[in-house]
Design a protein around this ligand. Structure first.
Ligand code: FES
Length: 142
């Protein structure tokens, strides 16, 4: 299961920023299920995480598309303000202190940020409900 799924281009995520996507993952039962993820960037390194707070499993962006604290330094859960490192997903303050966001395997392929190690449905993602800010998700596989 080493298929690569291109999620976005590297240039679409700025240094120190995070972008959310909702993909469709094929469950073990064979059923497709919405799968919210987020991709962060630190320098020229990219990191993928499931968009689910280890505290209650909710999406971090209670305001759609908003992942960072006010200073823009850390991922922040919009529900109870847990904060996470952009690169490790480690929670250093908040109700889930000491836990981590579930990381996702990311591969950079020819300027594309790709996921691997999962099985996605071959269709467009659902996008976040903020039409102006949410990038279109085009899933292509090699
Ligand atoms: S659900 Fe995220 S801090 Fe509580």
């Amino acid at each position: 299961m080493n298929e690569l799924y291109a999620i976005c281009q590297t240039g679409e995520i700025e240094d120190g920023d995070a972008t959310g996507f909702i993909l469709m993952r094929i469950e073990e039962t064979g059923e497709p299920k919405p799968w919210p993820i987020l991709i962060t960037r630190k320098g020229n390194n990219f990191y993928g995480f499931e968009n689910a707070c280890p505290h209650k499993g909710e999406r971090l962006d209670s305001e759609a598309g908003h992942f960072l604290d006010e200073e823009g330094n850390f991922l922040t859960c919009g529900h109870h303000q847990a904060q996470f490192d952009l690169d490790t997903g480690h929670c250093f303050i908040g109700p889930c202190q000491g836990k981590k966001l579930q990381s996702i395997q990311i591969v950079i392929d020819d300027g594309d940020v790709c996921l691997t190690g999962v099985e996605l449905a071959e269709e467009d993602g659902l996008g976040l409900e903020e039409p102006d800010e949410a990038p279109e998700v085009m899933i292509t596989s090699d």
